[in-house]
Design a protein around this ligand. Sequence first.
Ligand code: SAM
Length: 361
Amino acid sequence: MNAYGVLLQDLWLDIKLMHNKSTERANYPTQKPEALIERIVKASSNAGDLVLDCFCGSGTTAAVAEKLGRKWITCDLGRFAVHTARKRLLGIPDVRPFVVQNLGKYERQQWQAGQFAGGGAETPEQADRRQRAYTDFILRTYHAEPSTGYAWLHGRKAERFVHVGGVDGPVTTGDVTKLVLEFKRAVGTGKNAPTTNGIDVLGWDFAFELNEITKQAVEASQVQLRFKRIPRDVMDKRAVESGEVQFFEMAALNVKASAKGLIATVELTDFVIPPDDVPESVRGGIAHWSQWVDFWAVDWDHHGDTFHNMAQEYRTKKSPKLELKANHTYAAAGEYRVVVKVIDILGNDTTKSVTVTVKAK
Ligand SMILES: C[S@@+](CC[C@H](N)C(=O)[O-])C[C@H]1O[C@@H](n2cnc3c(N)ncnc32)[C@H](O)[C@@H]1O
């Protein structure tokens, strides 16, 4: 029944479109009015039920479900959608805790199996062949040549070696240690020996603590590591055929951590997006590095598993200013691993981990 007590027909004409100035607007092109989704959620579920929307866009269904006391799960393949929905949900007063999970690995595994495997159960040799075919494909797309005789240095591009991260997980600090070791052993030996000190590390995701490890690796061995993201475009035939798939370098984030008694403070002190990655029109509008940051969050006690969003700062239309410092009071003295996650205005995540030691007064 609608607001006038008339039984609803197939065509709903009583729900108004959102006007341009509506506070509901999340600037997502296909956003639906909450009133529309509210009617559907109320008609098909009770408080406490679970609502699923596999195509969240700006997160209208989850926002409505949250407000109506339903549990919810929502997904989208677009980073901008996930980011828009996250901010929208965080803006709901008393929103219950939720996690944002990146399930990209399942999509990549399916793509890899479809593209490079014969189908069905694989022998270890077939799995190796699939892995090699995948690595060669990524190297070709990156305009690099495969190299032989190395386990970790998969290819060469001009003077640099190239490592290709797998689809199953992030490039870890262990991977970086191993490939730097292989590089150092190879220096000056054999036909494929490195002639410069550079390695491009290509990965779908990178472990949180990689920034630190890179610094240490560079200091210890003088190897110049460059971390680049393998873009989703490699799964798109047309983009690959155009030969113009771009691998962008990871942004660099600096964070200062300090402690006073049981209170720890983290402050964002710098954030750099590699210059080639951003259109001039966007770059021209940036006067201070913090303008690249759209959202940041802190996990104050990270244990190496899922990132727990324990505090966040973000820009909204109403308050576009971003606070660059955050505090936390620990219940007990000790050394804690703090992970800071930044989402930039282009929708990319960059993380950094720092350690803080807090003491009881
Ligand atoms: C019409 S929009 C949803 C709008 C949403 N109801 C709102 O109010 O903002 C559809 C969404 O589905 C997403 N999408 C399309 N194909 C998808 C797929 N295979 N898996 C997950 N999300 C997908 C798109 O990225 C887009 O954000």
